[in-house]
Design a protein around this ligand. Structure first.
Ligand code: ZN
Length: 246
C-alpha cells in the first residue's frame, strides 16, 4: 500500500495577500501535494477553514504522514484538534513541520519548548548544507544547495537537541540555523524542515521537493513493527519471589 499523506495548510496568506497568491494561486498545499504525488504518495489536502480544520478522526485514521504549514493563524487552530493530532503522532503517524510551523501549537506541544528563533524578511540567499549524509532524508541530494531568496531564520532555535540534524543553513547576513531536525515522539517520527516562506517560490524548487518526499518516506509508520503493550504485566518467566528465595 502506498503511503498516505495529508497536506495541511493554514491557507490565509494566499487569500489575503496578492503577492502570495501570485506565487501560490491554488495555495501552498497544492504545490506541496504536487511534489508528493510525483513521488507516488497518495495525497489529500486540508486547510484551517475546513470543518475541524479538515483533520477529523476519520481523516487522521487514514493518514500515515501529516505535513503542517501555518503562520499567522496558529492561535485559531482548535486545542482539541491539536490534541487529536498529538495522539495520532504518539500512535505512530509521521509529522512534517514546515517553516513558520515552528510556532504552531502542535510543534510547541510536541517539543515542550518555546520554539522561538531569530528572523529577518530580506529576501536573502540561504545555503543548506547536508550535515548527516547517511540519513535517508538526504537521498538524491547534493552536498549543499542554495535557496536564492529566503526569509532568514537564525540561532538560537529553542528546540530540544535534534536526534539527528540533517541540514544546517547559512544565510547571506551571517546567521546559521538548524534547518532539518529529526525527533521521535511516542511511536511517531517528527521532522522539522525550515525552507518555505510564502512570498518566495521555494516549494517549486526541486531539491526542496526531494526533501519533502524523502521526509514523508522516512516519517511513515512501519506496518511491520510489533504491537506494544503498556501497563501492568504478567511475568514471562517464573518468578522466585518467596522470602527464602530472595
Ligand atoms: Zn516565513
Amino acid at each position: 500500500m502506498t503511503t498516505r499523506v495529508t497536506v495541511w495548510n493554514e491557507h490565509r496568506h494566499e487569500q489575503e495577500n496578492e503577492a502570495v497568491a501570485e506565487v501560490y494561486p491554488d495555495g501552498i498545499h497544492a504545490v506541496i501535494a504536487d511534489a508528493l504525488r510525483e513521488g507516488g504518495f497518495t495525497v489529500e489536502t486540508a486547510t484551517l477553514d475546513d470543518p475541524e480544520h479538515g483533520l477529523t478522526e476519520a481523516v487522521l485514521a487514514e493518514t500515515d504522514v501529516l505535513t503542517w504549514w501555518g503562520h499567522r493563524a496558529h492561535d485559531e487552530v482548535a486545542d482539541e484538534v491539536v490534541e487529536r493530532v498529538k495522539e495520532h503522532v504518539l500512535d505512530g503517524m509521521g509529522l512534517l513541520v514546515l517553516h513558520s510551523g515552528h510556532f504552531s501549537k502542535i510543534f510547541r506541544e510536541l517539543m515542550g519548548t518555546s520554539c522561538a528563533l531569530k528572523w529577518r524578511d530580506a529576501g536573502e540567499k540561504e545555503r543548506l548544507w547536508v550535515t548527516d549524509p547517511s540519513h535517508p532524508i538526504t537521498d538524491g541530494l547534493p552536498e549543499q544547495f542554495v535557496v536564492p531568496e529566503a526569509e532568514m531564520y537564525g540561532e538560537h532555535f529553542d528546540v530540544p537537541q535534534p536526534e539527528r540534524l540533517v541540514f544546517t543553513s547559512w544565510f547571506e547576513g551571517g546567521e546559521v540555523f538548524r534547518s532539518g531536525c529529526c525527533y521521535h515522539r511516542g511511536e511517531g517520527k517528527v521532522f522539522y524542515f525550515r525552507p518555505g516562506h510564502e512570498t518566495f517560490p521555494i516549494y517549486y524548487q526541486e531539491e526542496v521537493r526531494q526533501v519533502l518526499r524523502n521526509a514523508c518516506e522516512w516519517a511513515a509508520p512501519s506496518d511491520d513493527g510489533p504491537e506494544v503493550y503498556r501497563g501492568n504485566h504478567e511475568p514471562l518467566e517464573e518468578l522466585d519471589s518467596t522470602p527464602e528465595g530472595r
